[in-house]
Design a protein around this ligand. Structure first.
Ligand SMILES: [Ca+2]
Length: 259
């Protein structure tokens, strides 16, 4: 996450660029001022000629400051001149005082000029320009100009000292934070996924399975059942049936004799 840029730091990145957002009349001062408004302040562009920039101002976005002997514009303020017929507009750099200031301009003075060494200095691109307050009618001081993606909660997380001090994040940012290059969002802490240690499992040799001898199948041959002979049946009849009957008769006989 990049630290927030001051207006000066931002404008420095645009030095030498020719900006023409409406595609008409070349690289005007108006193009550059609106480019800054849209891409740094994230406000809608201001229509109309430069000389009308202080008219019909959205007071939720800008404070209008009229030029007086004691007024000094702040870095990032949008300064307006009343040059006839269309005026001029530029963005104030850091370090203005009551007698002069430097701003980031385009198309001023005209498209360029011959400097004291005879070189042509093109002004059709963004450049730093020193000024007196001549023809300055005033400036727009941006309000609530917060960087894109602003989150007060994130600002506190990124700057815990501001939270501990109980300072409103927006107030801190506008007064000090942007100049100190404070972070707008906390630096994400990378999530470290612990890598489990590699456990080496000893590879034991797989024992050879014992060779089991398959026994020969035992063929059981059933004994042939003998069919009882007639003699055996007869002997069985005598022993089991006839003999008991005879014994019974003998006993009866003995009882009769004894009597
Ligand atoms: Ca233009």
């Amino acid at each position: 996450m990049l630290p927030a840029q001051t207006p000066e730091v931002y404008m420095n990145t645009k030095l030498g660029q020719g900006i023409n957002i409406d595609g008409a009349y070349g690289n005007q001062c108006w193009d550059w001022a609106n480019y800054y408004i849209m891409n740094y302040l994230y406000f809608p562009r201001i229509n109309g000629n430069a000389i009308t920039f202080l008219n019909n101002v959205d007071t939720t976005k800008y404070q209008v400051v009229r030029n007086t002997p004691s007024a000094v514009p702040k870095e990032g303020d949008i300064i307006v001149w009343d040059y006839s017929p269309n005026g001029h507009v530029a963005v104030c750099a850091y370090g203005a005082n009551k007698t002069s200031f430097t701003s980031y301009d385009q198309n001023y003075p005209v498209q360029g000029y011959i400097d004291t060494r005879g070189d042509f200095i093109g002004t059709g691109t963004v450049h730093r320009q020193s000024h007196s307050y001549d023809h300055v009618i005033g400036w727009l001081h941006p309000l609530n100009a917060l960087p894109k993606g602003w989150s007060s909660e994130d600002y506190w997380l990124a700057n815990p000292d501001v939270k501990i001090a109980g300072v409103d994040p927006i107030v801190h940012w506008k007064k000090y934070g942007y100049r100190e290059g404070r972070l707008l969002h906390p630096i994400p802490v990378p999530v470290v996924v612990p890598v489990p240690p590699v456990i080496e499992i000893p590879v034991e040799p797989i024992p050879e399975p014992p060779v089991t001898e398959i026994p020969e199948p035992v063929v059981i041959t059933p004994e042939p059942t003998e069919t009882p002979t007639e003699e055996a049946i007869s002997a069985n009849f005598i022993a089991n049936i006839l003999k008991p009957i005879i014994n019974f008769i003998i006993k009866i006989w003995e009882i009769i004799i004894k009597k």
